[in-house]
Write a protein that binds this ligand. Sequence first.
Ligand SMILES: Nc1nc2c(c(=O)[nH]1)N[C@@H](CN(C=O)c1ccc(C(=O)N[C@@H](CCC(=O)O)C(=O)O)cc1)CN2
Length: 355
Amino acid sequence: MSGARSFGESGPWFGLSRCGERLRRRLRERPTMIRRISERVSGFAKNFPILKSSRFHGESLDSSVSPVLIPGVHVFHCQDAVGIVAKLSDCIAAKGGNILGYDVFVPENNNVFYSRSEFIFDPVKWPRNQVDEDFQTIAQRYGALNSVVRVPSIDPKYKIALLLSKQDHCLVEMLHKWQDGKLPVDITCVISNHERASNTHVMRFLERHGIPYHYVSTTKENKREDDILELVKDTDFLVLARYMQILSGNFLKGYGKDVINIHHGLLPSFKGGYPAKQAFDAGVKLIGATSHFVTEELDSGPIIEQMVESVSHRDNLRSFVQKSEDLEKKCLTKAIKSYCELRVLPYGTNKTVVF
Ligand SMILES: Nc1nc2c(c(=O)[nH]1)N[C@@H](CN(C=O)c1ccc(C(=O)N[C@@H](CCC(=O)O)C(=O)O)cc1)CN2
């Protein structure tokens, strides 16, 4: 994968470009690769009616039978110019790919171009590494700031670590969505500054799925950031699922990839701690949750997703908190899913494009 910029210092695709290194290593093991593709595609085709209904067989990639078409996604961000869409769509069509969806955004008074395409292609006719190379050629021609390809049935799943403090409703929601296959990630570990008894639902779930739980006790004087960095060094991005410790700029620079947080308030209102109480005291009629990229400044990073719900004089603080918690669970999982599907791109200095 090419191009790497983060919402922090290096771009949201910083971590994801490392997937490309891992992918290239795997492509060298091609024979095994082909067998694995065939196996995964047969399973994958079940979820895509188009692959079931149009002469597509998951059994073999042998080109003498109907080709197996698999889904791919490509996102592109560069200075605007005439003909970009033609070049990108031709890149796909020239190798027999078929575009199923195409989103383009060119903001007013801002000479930039964003696109996200969804397509299906035959990996025998257009090998995975060639897909990268062909899009990279176009990226170089336009000096692209981002150009990332993802083929879910071939590429390694994104590796993530989840950080939380005392409350685990967001973690539980993410684990259930992950278990249902609705969050296409590999959870490498869960890290918390709070200990949990081994006979709790969360701990039993983690043990059942072989996901390590690391209790990393913190104090105001020692946030244990070096220990956390060591635990998360092989991940592609981090998720703060109600982690109530402010991460330092050194930590964010040291990690160098994206960190996604869920704030149980409608940013930029009610930053910091206890946003539901802040909202209750302010007499708001809408409460919300915000998922955003983590930057050094607290609760100020580019917003990925927000969800809201009406409240009234009939609500009390307890119902404010309960409604906020329900919103933040959904908001976080939607943000992570969008990020994994390459729908989230940096826009300007502190905004996002979310296709
Ligand atoms: N560098 C950043 N770190 C973190 C962010 C962020 O945006 N940038 N988001 C927070 C999560 N958060 C709200 O969503 C949040 C976390 C912690 C606090 C806070 O006041 N913490 C106290 C300690 C509280 C405790 O120990 O229970 C503190 O650090 O003094 C407010 C908001 C995660 N990190």
